[in-house]
Design a protein around this ligand. Sequence first.
Ligand SMILES: *Cc1c(COP(=O)(O)O)cnc(C)c1O
Length: 394
Amino acid sequence: MNANLAAALNPPVRILMGPGPSDIHPRVLEAISKPTVGHLDPYYLQTMDAMQVMLRDLFRTQNEMTFAISATGSGGMEATVVNLVEPGDRVVVCVNGVFGMRMADVAQRAGAEVTTIERPWGEVFTVDDLKEVLVKTQPKLVGIVMAETSTGAAQPVAEISEVVHEAGAMLLVDAVTALGGMPVEVDRWNIDAIYSGSQKCLSCPPGLAPVSFSQRAVEVALNRQTKIQSWYLDISMLANYWGSDRAYHHTAPINMSYALYEAVRIILEEGLENCFERHLDNHLALKAGLAALGIDYTAQTGHQLPMLNAVRVPEGVDDASVRRDLLNRFGIEIGGGLGAFKGKVWRIGLMGYASRQANVLLLLSALEQLLAEQGLQFERGAGIAAANQHYLQG
Ligand SMILES: *Cc1c(COP(=O)(O)O)cnc(C)c1O
């Protein structure tokens, strides 16, 4: 036998309550194991068509150019930026966390002249924050993150979109964590380009990035002075593959498409409104439970995400050992803080299939035990009782 032969795969079963990937629905795991067909097989083409129709429902848009990029969420970010931005274009990026910073970096690399505006981590942008920079820089594009997964802040988009369009700019929205967990209204909010990822509230493995481009954005991408710098992400070529031509571009990840297809089907079957309500309900239960343990949220009141609970690690508690024990003793994964929040913040995801009453109560119960072991003073059982009280009241 080959001495280099690695052990057979035997991944542990985890409860994924971090910032993503989230727990995968069993139906999605089943879908991914169905027979692979060719990427130009009539069955696959028909599947792509049906997926596009479902993705439009999910994004609440009529945009023709709605499909999935073969990449993770960051690839969706890259795809929207490189198609819309030419070297020298002025772009404004709103930065109040890690993913706004990433978007600014991506735009810079695409040759844009980037101006960032900032809010403290955990806060969101208002229309007033944008007015001055819009007048001063006259940007082609404004980028903003709807659900900032590093801080747990929920950014309202509708009013921002109005001022952005009044200034003649296009609006680019990061909905990686938002999509499937809270309302995302591409047409009503007049969003020009938007991207998401498969592994957050869609509860699908990572690897696909649903995107949507408005008619205006498509025209901008097709009427550029310069060639789109990325061959792989060029929507004029991707459009020929996803459109009626079905021209070979790259080999689509067939089985991942099955997974996303089933994941979106599950959400539409539940109903978008019911799905959002479930996310909110479990978030409020967890929040009540954490509050009873004296744990606060990092995001400003009124703008806390339902699917990502970013909370302060209590004084005197060791961040890493709690997360390690949650994983090793309870099989629960939660996330640590990123950037400025490293070591200070826990990020508890209640995304997609993981947003369930059982998970909320299990996490609170495990957390109470670990915090008590670390000597934190609180009324034992108070967290679970408060969460249950929320569920009782409905
Ligand atoms: C996760 C995430 C991304 C990046 O997605 P990947 O799939 O990790 O590439 C971008 N933006 C936000 C808001 C995210 O939460």
